[in-house]
Design a protein around this ligand. Structure first.
Ligand code: GLN
Length: 470
């Protein structure tokens, strides 16, 4: 009830696309009955959760914030959703995003942008007023980052305890950083993608947003493991993720990638980053500079691979099987074209066009195949660093704190998105686990997060270090 009333109170944030009030109340009633009989289903019994609107939810509309899927009600639950419900979680609703998770702002969906709850904190409003010399109260607000901005805002505004996001190039970690919450991207293959509407199959992972690292570990423990419906998931049984409460970091080796000292990095993020490194050092950890020499290719490489997979993935939306259909009777091709023109926004259409260009017979070798080779080099950079004895990498998550909406949309959104993902995308290309941990508030009173990157499938170690740091 408390979470539902907070959802109503914070409706202006636009964090939710669908609020499944009836479902949640019914689940809560059943949970209470179990509780009274002492028959809890698991760690999440009775715990309110939210799910990004690109995960299939049985009987509940799943839109991807796109006209293409508006009104689409899936007949099944994504594996991760089912696993949470099997533990007794209460589904509060489906959260807002950039259309088909393409973006870094949560400003580009058909339901409108998500507002960052921190825009309305007293400290921030005061600072804004000081800046404008006490002139009229300004109506601008901050973006949440994205594309899982609805999920990050939902957790940050206390409307649920955990929310699912997705992370293809940073979409869980980026909004987590801007909204001051924990955002975990698990190792690729640890968590099932079945029922997550694909963006880039070879990079997508379900992400976990929570208010503390321990909660993220609990949820990961529930979600991780083999799924016969996703052939890329691990075969080996996964142990529960229990984090020790005290960690001796003195034996750790923390790597600081020198290429991540981007010129666009804000001075505040930079100084917090070195403060964090000093903290590890003062506790006896070895902190060393490392090199990931192919970093400068990562944004371009991501772009080629992402758009190519997008072009292929989006072919399924042809007006026949799901969602929107434009009824032009001239020919089947005309129907496809009109449906896709009406159904997708220009970001999605732009990516389909780019991807099809890279996949043309005459371009395939020069673009797609080359990008795959560069991806291997990028992934090997991480392998080399970890093989040299580094346990974890410490980096910024974003270039700066959350931008005001009017500033964010001023620039070309797609260029801006690309820039913002500089610290996160390479991790997806390498399939590694990474987590955003809130570090401090900026002088403006806004959250700044840092990112830890771990060895593949060492998610437990990564979270243990993140917890120590938290
Ligand atoms: N911002 C990146 C993109 O637009 C990443 C999105 C994501 O992780 N879903 O592709």
């Amino acid at each position: 009830q408390k979470c539902l009333s907070l959802i109503k109170k914070t409706k202006f944030l636009n964090a939710y696309i669908t609020v499944s009030e009836e479902v949640a109340l019914k689940q809560a009633e059943e949970s209470e009955k179990r509780y009274k009989k002492g028959r809890s289903l698991g760690d999440l019994d009775g715990i309110p959760i939210a799910v990004k609107d690109n995960f299939s939810t049985s009987g509940i509309e799943t839109t991807c914030a796109s006209n293409m899927l508006k009104g689409y009600v899936p007949p099944y639950n994504a594996t991760v959703v089912q696993k949470l419900l099997d533990q007794g979680a209460l589904l509060m609703g489906k959260t807002n995003l950039d259309e088909f998770a393409m973006g870094s702002g949560s400003t580009d969906g058909i339901f409108g942008p998500v507002k960052n709850p921190w825009s309305f904190s007293e400290q921030y409003r005061k600072k804004r007023k000081q800046k404008s010399h006490g002139e009229k109260e300004d109506s601008d607000w901050l973006i949440t980052g994205g594309s899982s901005g609805g999920s990050a805002a939902a957790v940050s505004a206390f409307t649920c305890f955990t929310a699912l996001g997705s992370d293809t190039g940073g979409s869980t970690r980026n909004p987590a950083a801007h909204c001051g919450v924990v955002g975990l991207k698990p190792s690729y293959g640890l968590v099932s993608r079945h029922g997550l509407i694909p963006l880039v199959n070879s990079m997508d992972v379900p992400g976990i947003l929570t208010r503390c690292v321990d909660d993220a570990a609990i949820v990961l423990g529930i979600l991780a493991g083999h799924d016969p419906k996703d052939s890329t998931t691990v075969q080996d049984p996964v142990k529960p993720f229990v984090l020790p409460s005290l960690t001796d970091v003195s034996k750790l080796c923390v790597g600081i990638p020198k290429e991540y000292l981007a010129p666009e990095l804000s001075s505040e993020v930079r100084s917090l980053w070195s403060k964090a490194a000093n903290l590890f050092e003062s506790e006896g950890a070895k902190v060393i500079e490392v090199s990931l020499p192919h970093t400068s290719f990562s944004i371009v490489c991501y772009h080629v691979l992402c758009t190519s997979e997008v072009a292929s993935n989006m072919a399924r939306f042809d007006g026949l099987e799901y969602g929107h259909r434009c009824d032009v009777g001239v020919s089947t091709e005309a129907m496809y074209a009109a449906t896709r023109r009406e159904g997708f926004n220009d970001v999605v259409r732009g990516r389909i066009l780019s991807g099809n260009f890279f996949l043309l017979k005459e371009n395939y070798e020069n673009y797609f195949v080359k990008a795959q080779k560069v991806r291997r080099l990028i992934a090997n950079d991480f392998v080399n660093v970890f093989n040299s004895g580094v346990d974890v990498l410490l980096t910024p998550t974003t270039l700066s704190e959350a931008a005001p909406y009017t500033e964010f949309i001023k620039e070309d959104n797609r260029t801006r998105s690309a820039q913002d993902d500089i610290f996160t995308q390479a991790v997806n290309m390498a399939g590694l686990p990474a987590v955003n941990v809130p570090m401090a508030l900026s002088s403006q009173g806004l959250p700044i997060g840092l990112q830890f990157i771990g060895r593949a499938f060492c998610d437990q170690q990564l979270l243990t270090i993140a917890k120590w740091f938290e």
